[in-house]
Design a protein around this ligand. Structure first.
Ligand code: PLP
Length: 477
């Protein structure tokens, strides 16, 4: 590609993105197209000959853009994917252009320094002291995996890195944990059967009495507690487990305390600040996802560790071909020695650029607005006897359900699924469904700085109408 062609194509692409963002609200949020047609659209052999850059972009305008799920549309309130900040979008462009490989100092010296600074900002946000560190991950799933690996290694007295898991160990989490915890206990060798899934209270927080009982039962059978996994902001309702109480139990049992704040971590920027997640700084490791409620473009997750040394102890291998012989003063930070991944995208550039451009306070105001929007929906729901909320929201995630007509479980599930389908079809909103304590719910979660209060009223109106309509059409029992 000639420099002039690159420049012209780049300008065209930025114009296209700017137009896209300016007009996103006018688009149908979700495409009316079959998965089969989309497969057909892209069904072609590997191109052998070059094409004009304009033609490539024109093809994307025809085949990709019209069929996106427009998460920047203000009516998007579904699975946690925010509208990305425009500055973050530009950050990703620059990161790709520089292609710094943050895994090793020699392939990105200034990038490593910038990432270290962003980790420090995140450590400061959660209230960690100077010994803390962290790692930047593809997302919460990978961060939970690293947290569980740190827990396993520490609990085994750092033997598990060599011997594998020996003896019988258990990890403890609530029924409201994210599925990444189940994958992580499997991946680090504790096994899914080693995960004790504990009930929650009325506010969907892990029940401390159930944890105590499970530990006592395990101890009586010679099973040792390796890790307590808490959630600070559950995916369904934003519930925050009792982190102070769980720390006390973990200390008594000699267990690691890992906190999943992948979604709820956004509250640290809100006007409530750290008070929204009391005791977070007591955790041994924490997951935060800037690509959720810090409005960073995908991908940008993080695992933070109270004692940075634990990362080195768990991952500190240095093969000859990666050893930096120029680092005579041991000053060059090598992420690959302190984390699981080697080659790594320069993920923090977009987070750094967003913090610099908007400031934490402005991002916090967007978060406060999302929280207020969830509260508005809660009020509408409480005022309508045909609906019930799962709990009063403390963050932006809220679950509500249609409770009129005394529907049994299967018919209620059918109603909620059909209404969510109709909402998708409307092109105005996108929400999901879930199960809580055996009942079906709409799961609604604004993490979008373009969403306005009027969208909550519009969504509730639509839900009310569609629920009544679907309820009328359901077959009698
Ligand atoms: C509480 C929680 N933890 C972890 C994850 C997984 O994060 P990611 O999708 O970034 O892998 C999610 C995703 O929604 C989540 O809500």
């Amino acid at each position: 590609m000639e420099p002039n062609e690159f420049r012209a194509t780049g300008h065209r692409l930025i114009d296209l993105v700017a137009d896209y963002l300016d007009t996103v609200e006018e688009k149908p949020l979700f495409p009316k197209v079959s998965p089969r047609l989309l497969t057909q659209l892209f069904d072609e052999p590997l191109p052998q000959e070059p094409a004009d850059a304009d033609a490539v972009i024109a093809e994307l305008e025809e085949k990709l853009l019209p069929y996106c799920s427009h998460v920047s549309h203000p009516g998007y309130m579904g699975l946690i994917t925010p509208t990305p900040t425009p500055m973050g979008i530009l950050g990703d462009l620059l990161a790709s252009a520089l292609n710094q490989n943050i895994g090793a100092y020699t392939i990105g010296p200034s990038g490593v320094a910038l990432e270290r600074r962003v980790v420090r900002w995140l450590d400061d946000l959660v209230g960690y002291g100077p010994a803390a560190g962290g790692n930047l991950t593809s997302g919460g799933m990978m961060a939970n995996f690293i947290g569980l690996k740190l827990a396993r290694d520490w609990a085994s007295g750092d033997r598990a890195q060599h011997d594998g898991v020996t003896g019988r160990w258990a990890a403890y989490a609530s029924e409201e944990r994210h599925v990444s915890v189940d994958k992580a206990v499997d991946a680090v060798g504790l096994g899914r059967d080693g995960l004790r899934v504990l009930p929650t209270d009325d506010a969907f927080r892990l029940r401390i009495d159930a944890l105590e009982a499970a530990i006592a039962e395990d101890r009586s059978r010679g099973v040792r507690p390796a890790c307590v996994i808490a959630v600070a902001g559950t995916t369904n309702t934003g519930a925050v487990d009792d982190l102070v109480g769980l720390r006390r139990i973990a200390d008594r049992e000699g267990a690691w305390l890992h906190v999943d704040a992948a979604y709820g971590g956004g509250m640290l920027l809100s006007s409530r600040g750290r008070a929204a997640l009391p005791g977070l700084e007591l955790a041994d490791s924490i997951v935060l996802d800037p690509h959720k409620w810090f409005y960073a473009p995908l991908d940008a997750g993080a695992v933070l560790v109270r004692d940075e040394q634990r990362l080195t102890t768990s991952f500190g291998l240095q093969p000859a071909y990666l050893t930096d012989e120029m680092d005579t003063q041991r000053e060059r930070y090598q992420y690959y020695v302190h984390g699981f991944e080697q080659s790594r995208r320069f993920r923090r550039l977009k987070v750094w650029m967003s913090f610099k451009r908007y400031g934490a306070r402005e991002i916090g105001r967007w978060i406060d607005r999302n929280v207020a929007q969830a509260s508005r929906l809660y009020e509408l729901c409480v005022a309508d006897p045909a609906f019930e909320p799962a709990t009063e929201p403390t963050m932006s995630a809220i679950c509500i359900r249609y409770c009129a007509g005394d529907l049994d479980g299967p018919r209620s599930a059918q109603l909620h699924a059909e209404v969510a389908r109709r909402v998708e079809e409307s092109g105005r909103f996108w929400i999901s469904t879930t199960l809580l304590k055996g009942k079906s719910w709409f799961r609604i979660n604004p993490v979008n700085f373009r969403t306005r209060m009027e969208h909550m009223d519009g969504l509730f109106d639509l839900l009310r109408r569609e629920c009544q309509d679907v309820a009328r059409s359901l077959p009698d029992r």
